[in-house]
Write a protein that binds this ligand. Structure first.
Ligand SMILES: Cc1ncc(COP(=O)(O)O)c(C=O)c1O
Length: 400
């Protein structure tokens, strides 16, 4: 009898965390490494949010709370959904968990049965397929390549849906590509979903506030109110408020689903950290002024990276509408050999050789389900980005 659960055979460890750890190890061993793997803002959490957390500690808000969130946070989330998305959720339709990750996981655990299919556009955030498998479901992928700006079409969605489809996961702006769907493009997809009443939408709006140029964010339930009764609108404070370590994510959805998610959470982690919840109340209710400021910095960095990568022959890089990632396609570099003699026969080989030969850590595209490509996170300093892109240029110039 095996000690370890057979469930483990169904899942992979997170490739993005693996790259971050590898870069950290090399750095600790004295190597000059620039890490472009991390999926978190390099900004500090704003002071007003930190003060709210300190005040919560001093006021003794350090005990268990209601399993899926304190009433004050649920009220703040309802107000946020109304303010930003025009969505009317009541507190009983809100769930708060330990990061957006737990919210998505709870929802899949609460709904999937063996044989249930979940449609996932690729490239995708690394955790979706493994969470689906952990919950006993089957991921079904729709590929959206660089030629379609990493966005799926309504026809592709229609073709992927079967009578076993339970969910479609929708993430815009996307990790790993930064691609953001316009309201019209979302409407194209929601029109298809209207024809398939058995399919629910799990929309991951984690990067809602990190958008650039004239892009206007739109979420499915806002674009198509008829879908609200089968939509789980997921979001969180991790990215927009630089609060990745605080672990607060949330969702709005039908009360029956929210209650089922609460049941899962009540027998696993119980409430998310009480202090973090009070910090999140301040994040959502307090000033939002630093968001456009941070976005100006992110946009400058995005443009810097795009300009330098576009100077490389064999690389194609569309302009992302949001998030803090770019996802260069490297079709033109596959089959070449690096200066140290490594055959670049895959994007994993590309990323490994780039790390070993030039000390630049990126995540290879296969981890996100679309190759050959790699992901750069530009949530780091301009200096580090310039140096990293110069090294990538040199690495590629030396490919033969
Ligand atoms: C698309 C997407 N969804 C969800 C998450 C998880 O967010 P959290 O840190 O709040 O669990 C991430 C974090 O990288 C993400 O990129």
């Amino acid at each position: 009898m095996s000690f370890l659960s057979a469930t483990l055979d169904r899942v992979q460890p997170s490739a993005t965390i693996a790259v971050t750890n590898k870069a950290r190890e090399l750095k600790a061993a004295g190597r000059d490494v620039i890490g472009l793997g991390a999926g978190e803002p390099d900004f500090d959490t704003p002071d007003n949010i930190k003060e709210a957390a300190k005040a919560a500690i001093d006021a003794g808000k350090t005990k268990y709370t209601a399993v899926d969130g304190i009433p004050e946070l649920k009220e703040a989330i309802c107000a946020k959904f109304k303010r930003d998305n025009g969505l009317d959720y009541a507190p009983a339709q809100i769930s708060v968990g330990t990061g957006g990750k737990q919210i998505l996981y709870n929802a899949l655990m609460a709904t999937l049965n063996p044989g249930d299919e979940v449609v996932i556009p690729a490239p995708y955030w690394v955790s979706y397929p493994d969470m689906v498998k952990l919950a006993g479901g089957t991921p079904v992928f729709i590929e959206a390549g660089v030629d379609q700006n990493f966005k799926i079409t309504p026809d592709q969605l229609d073709a992927a849906i079967t009578d076993k489809t339970k969910w479609m996961i929708f993430n815009s702006p996307s990790n790993p590509t930064g691609a953001g769907y316009t309201a019209d493009e979302v409407k194209g997809l929601t029109d298809v979903l209207l024809k398939h009443p058995q399919v629910w939408v799990m929309t991951d709006d984690m990067y809602e506030h990190l958008t650039y140029d004239n892009y206007v964010f739109a979420t499915p339930a806002q674009v198509e109110p008829q879908l609200t009764e089968r939509t789980l609108t997921c979001n969180g404070v991790s990215k927009a408020y630089a609060m990745t370590g605080w672990r607060i994510g949330y969702a709005g959805g039908p009360e029956k689903l929210i209650a089922a998610m609460r049941k899962i959470q009540s027998q696993s982690t119980s409430n998310p950290c009480s202090i973090s919840q009070w910090a999140a109340v301040e994040a959502l209710n307090g000033t939002q002024d630093f968001i456009p400021e941070n976005n100006r910095t992110f946009k400058r960095r995005r443009d810097l990276v795009l300009k330098m990568l576009r100077e490389i022959d064999g690389m194609t890089c569309p302009t992302p509408e949001g998030a803090f990632y770019v996802y260069p396609s490297i079709h033109g570099l596959i089959g070449k050999t690096s200066a140290a003699g490594t055959l670049i026969d895959s994007d994993e080989a590309f990323a490994t050789a780039l790390l070993e030969e030039k000390g630049v850590a990126v995540v290879f595209g296969a981890a996100f389900g679309l190759s050959p490509a790699f992901r750069i996170s530009y949530a780091t300093s301009d200096e580090a980005l310039k140096e990293a892109c110069t090294r990538i240029q040199e690495f590629c110039a030396n490919l033969t």
